[in-house]
Ligand binder design. Sequence first.
Ligand code: ADP
Ligand code: MG
Length: 377
Amino acid sequence: SAWVEMATIKAIEGRSVHQIQSGQVIVDLCSVAKELVENALDAGATSIEVRFKNNGLDAIEVQDNGAGISPADYDTIALKHYTSKLSTYDDLTSLQTFGFRGEALSSLCALSKFHIVTAQAADGAKGTKLEFEVSGKLKGTSVVAAKQGTTVVVETLFNNLPVRRKELEKNIKREYNKVLHLLNAYACISTGVKISVSNQVQKGKKTVVFATNHNPNTKENIANIYGTKTLLALIPLNLKFEMDPSNRPGATQSARNWSTQDDGSKEIKIVGHVSRPVVGEGRQTPDRQMFFVNSRPCNMPQLAKAFNEVYKPYNLTQSPFIFADLKLDTNAYDVNVSPDKRTILLHDQTALLENLKTALGDLFAGHDQSVPQAQLL
Ligand code: ADP
Ligand code: MG
């Protein structure tokens, strides 16, 4: 009967499985930008250009001047779990590069019209265009003109997931703003690198959204992106905490995750910039809050909450600008908790938050709130 037929469980076609899994790695415009920019940084690029077409709805292209892809890797580069960066699970604990799963390119093949142009130093002005099957299998190569580096082109994202595509079209304004915020974070944290972002809407002119310029420090990056005025309203963050693994809640289960030093303590530093605690001065909006763990941009809502709480008495209407980079031992957190690697699990979060609030309170209270902006110039 019809009922029996409906209840029959069928194995999902391999191609659909690949698409479903890919949809968990690449969930939105942000994941695309994040994966491609991280790949460019991993390749040692000092110049990265991110180009949006129609806010990313038509295309996102990321061009870098990094090492390029070796011809020996052309066949495997977009196959699932192919990565040149990690071969055993143990390597995860000493992770230096951003990528480590070998899923991004493979997922993009399944979810978009996708190609790569790449050239290595020895190739001269000659590059190779790589085209792939939906499965990530190399379909063909051709010779094109190219400078050293790699350009990855992602067109019509989610073209074969109609519901996801509709959602993207509907929310494109919000998605585009979210991706710019993420790119701001990469551009602010990346010193010695030029990151530029442009957008071309319909057949209009390409407009540069922002660009950094190989700056030696994060302050100049912030000035490039948010303007020198924003910079003048900031004070340096330079906090240091000695965490004692035996004293904190839940220490017994997770203390072993810390590579404990002789004295049994572990250091966490928070460096960066935060709004001066001057009443009425903060003009910043919450999307000017960036968090990093060992220079890796990530979502840290609890940390953001702590900053905002301590800042609140100084300015009831505006949120502070926050650029906070947590420096800690790679054994003190897990990166591998979400497919997009943006959520990071700190083993010592509760104790850190308490310490942070106290330290921030002291920092703000000790700051001379009467200094008018003109005197700082
Ligand atoms: P992962 O970054 O986890 O290794 P990806 O799917 O993002 O996985 O990339 C697969 C491989 O493709 C990388 O390991 C790297 O060797 C190569 N690759 C990707 N992007 C670039 C790039 N921009 N420049 C040079 N090589 C790249
Ligand atoms: Mg990667």
